[in-house]
Structures are given as structure tokens and as C-alpha cells.
Design a protein around this ligand. Structure first.
Ligand code: NAP
Length: 348
């Protein structure tokens, strides 16, 4: 039986994404074959396609950090999982496919009755947001926080979880995202027309307790300026690399997984050395997943529970068929997307 999966043929623009038809994968010992119901599209997919994300595999590879799917076939030695069961996983790449084979240990049961697109939005974005708030910044009710990229996938997750944690929230976004940020309980700051540091200080006088920064590079320094003494910046991305020096569509590039990392390290060290008791700490979901898999599982189960109780409501920007993965990435790359883009593979 055939299935479709997307492959990245070279490092570069959206033309690198091709649809491949091939035989369905067979689960090896300890693996489970999962029929993908929803796969998330995220900025790290685009950075990897351009060769500049730390998790960039060698080409050709199938992108896709996270998925929700239905267990279809069990490999030898698998027990405790039933065909038909709905599961979530974050394989980091490989989710842009109709079928994937994953080790049983990667699978987390999804409570029944949940929309697969909403459930998949929980994985990369909400775990990132949850762990940064509660494990990196250790926020407390009443604290003031600034979220950069507040109308994006991780940004809207931060706002929803920050509201549950009773934080006073400020969020940078372009004018297109302002109403979404307000609706989620944040005070929008238009990063394209306002001086973000000045505006944050005007609104909070001494600065905020924590800033969450996906932009990286010299932007980390501005984030640090928005802190009150003793505060911390959680740095979790390098969007600067993409928007500043990103490869143009159709241009081929090289794999450079360390892109932007040395400069990042310099800012982190500077944050520790300069006076003011203001720190810059890095966050990486994949590092925490590898170092503390039980914690990753525990946080995913907790978040799926919050979704089931409707205490969080992921915003779905758009659903695309799997074969339109290229259009989905082009849309995300263009900017102005509110919430999460999800691929929904066709059933055969
Ligand atoms: N460290 C980790 O573990 C981890 C995990 C997940 C994601 N990430 C990183 O998180 C970042 C965001 O990912 P995402 O999937 O949420 O992307 P997304 O949905 O595209 O959101 C990015 C947001 O950033 C906004 N933006 C762009 N430049 C900005 C600036 N200078 N100031 C303020 N906002 C700006 C965009 O708004 P406009 O389009 O309106 O400009 C957009 O809303 C990426 O860098 C990704 O690599 C890291």
C-alpha cells in the first residue's frame, strides 16, 4: 500500500519541498505505525529547510516536529497500545507524512473526543510555552512578563498559559496581531512602529520580571533592557537568522546547524557578567526532551488535560492538506499568521 510523505530535497526556499509517493513504512521491533491525523507546521521547520536550525537533518529528509495520529499497526514486542488508539508524539522530524513508524516510547495517549489539529498545536508550542514559564522563568501570580512574537504559535500559547498563571502580560506583535493579543489578555506593543523598551518601561515603570524572546541575536539585548533588576530573559529562538539573512526562494544553501549560536552564547555570557542581576537563559525543547523525557511526557499529559477541560484553546490559523505543505510553509514564512498552521493528511 502506498502513502505520501513530504521531503526536503535541498537546503533553501519552499521549492525544496516535494511530495514523494512510496510504500507505507513497516514498523520494526518496538515500533508502532501511526496514521497521521494532523501534523504541525512551525518556524523551526522553515529554519531546518534552510539548513540553519540546530536540528537540521541531512537531505533528503521529511520535516515535521509534531503529530497526532491513530495507531494502525504494532511491531513485534509492543504491548499496552491498541490499534485505533489516538496518540501524540514529537519526533522532531518526519511528521509531514500519511504514515510514520515511531518507537512505542515516543507515544503519549490523547484523551478521546479532541480535535486532532487542536491537540497537535499543544505539542511543540504549548510544551515550549509551559516549560519556559514554569521551569525556566518560574513565574509567580502577579508578575509582569513581556512576550515577543505574541501573536504567533508559541506567543499565543504563552498568552493562554500566562493568563492561567495570573500574569500581567505585554506582547509585541505587528498591527495585524494586536486584536488577538488583546483578546488573549495581553497588552499589545507594535514592534514595527514603537520603541518596545521605552513603551514597556512607560507601561511598567521599573520593567518586567521576565521577557520571552524568540528573535535572538542583538534583540536579546533589547529584551534585557526591558527587565527590572533581578529579572530574566528566556531566549528560545533565532528568528533574526531567518528574516535577516534567510535564503531566498529557490536558492540552495548548506547545512549550518550552528548558525547564530556563537553570538547567542556571547549575549548569554554578557547577561551574566554585566551588573543589574539580569540574566539571559536559553531554552530548547529538544534538549529538555532528551535530558528529561519523563518531564516532557508529564507536561504533555498535563497540557492535553487542560485542552480537554477547555482551559486552553489553541488558535488554528489554517488547515492544509498534506500535499500542500509548500503553500503552508510559504504562508508561515510570509508572516502575519495568527496561531498555528496544521497539515491534515488525506485519508486513503
Ligand atoms: N527553543 C525552543 O525549544 C523552541 C520551540 C518552538 C519554537 N521555537 C522558536 O520560536 C520562534 C517562533 O516560532 P513560532 O512557530 O511560534 O513562529 P510564528 O508562529 O511564525 O510566530 C513568530 C511571530 O514572531 C513575530 N515577529 C517576527 N519578528 C518580530 C520582532 N522583531 N518582534 C516581535 N515579533 C516578531 C511574528 O509576527 P508578524 O508575522 O506579525 O511579524 C510572528 O507572530 C521560532 O524562532 C522558533 O524557532 C523555539
Amino acid at each position: 500500500m502506498k502513502h505520501a510523505r513530504i521531503i526536503v530535497t535541498h537546503y533553501g526556499g519552499p521549492d525544496a519541498l516535494q511530495v514523494l509517493e512510496e510504500e507505507r513504512p513497516e514498523p520494526k521491533k518496538g515500533e508502532v505505525r501511526v496514521r497521521v491525523l494532523a501534523a504541525g507546521v512551525a518556524m523551526p521547520d522553515i529554519m531546518a529547510r534552510q539548513g540553519i536550525h540546530p536540528e537540521t537533518p541531512r537531505v533528503p529528509y521529511t520535516p515535521g516536529w509534531d503529530l497526532v495520529g491513530e495507531v494502525e499497526q504494532l511491531g513485534n514486542g509492543v504491548s499496552g497500545v491498541e490499534p485505533g488508539q489516538i496518540v501524540a508524539a514529537m519526533p522532531i522530524h518526519g511528521a509531514y507524512a500519511q504514515f510514520v513508524c515511531l518507537p512505542q516510547s515516543e507515544l503519549v495517549p490523547v484523551p478521546s473526543g479532541l480535535d486532532a489539529a487542536k491537540a497537535v498545536s499543544i505539542i511543540l508550542n504549548y510544551i515550549t510555552a509551559y516549560q519556559m514559564l514554569h521551569r525556566s522563568a518560574k513565574v509567580k501570580p502577579g508578575q509582569r512578563v513581556l512576550f515577543h512574537g505574541a501573536s504567533g504559535g508559541v506567543g499565543t500559547a504563552l498568552l493562554q498559559l500566562g493568563r492561567l498563571a495570573k500574569l500581567e502580560m505585554y506582547g509585541t506583535c505587528s498591527s495585524r496581531g494586536a486584536s488577538a493579543v488583546s483578546e488573549l489578555g495581553g497588552i499589545p506593543i507594535d514592534y514595527q512602529h514603537q520603541d518596545v523598551v521605552k513603551e514597556t518601561r512607560r507601561l511598567t515603570s521599573e520593567g518586567v520580571d521576565a521577557v520571552f524572546d524568540p528573535i535572538g541575536g542583538p534583540h536579546l539585548w533589547h529584551s534585557r533592557e526591558a527587565l527590572r533588576p533581578g529579572g530574566r530573559v528566556v531566549g528560545y529562538g533565532n528568528t533574526t537568522a531567518l528574516r535577516g539573512e534567510g535564503l531566498g526562494s529557490g536558492r540552495t544553501g548548506r547545512r549550518n546547524r550552528l548558525h547564530g549560536i556563537p553570538i547567542y552564547a556571547l549575549y548569554i555570557a554578557g547577561g551574566w557578567l554585566l551588573p543589574g542581576r539580569k540574566r539571559i537563559v536559553p531554552y530548547s525543547i529538544q534538549t529538555l526532551k532528551r535530558l528529561r523525557p519523563a518531564q516532557f511526557r508529564q507536561d504533555l499529559v498535563a497540557l492535553l488535560g487542560l485542552l480537554q477541560q477547555q482551559r486552553i484553546q489553541p488558535l488554528i490559523a489554517q488547515r492544509f492538506p498534506l500535499t500542500e505543505a509548500r503553500r503552508a510553509q510559504e504562508l508561515l514564512e510570509k508572516g502575519g499568521v495568527i496561531g498555528k498552521i496544521v497539515l491534515v493528511p488525506e485519508r486513503r
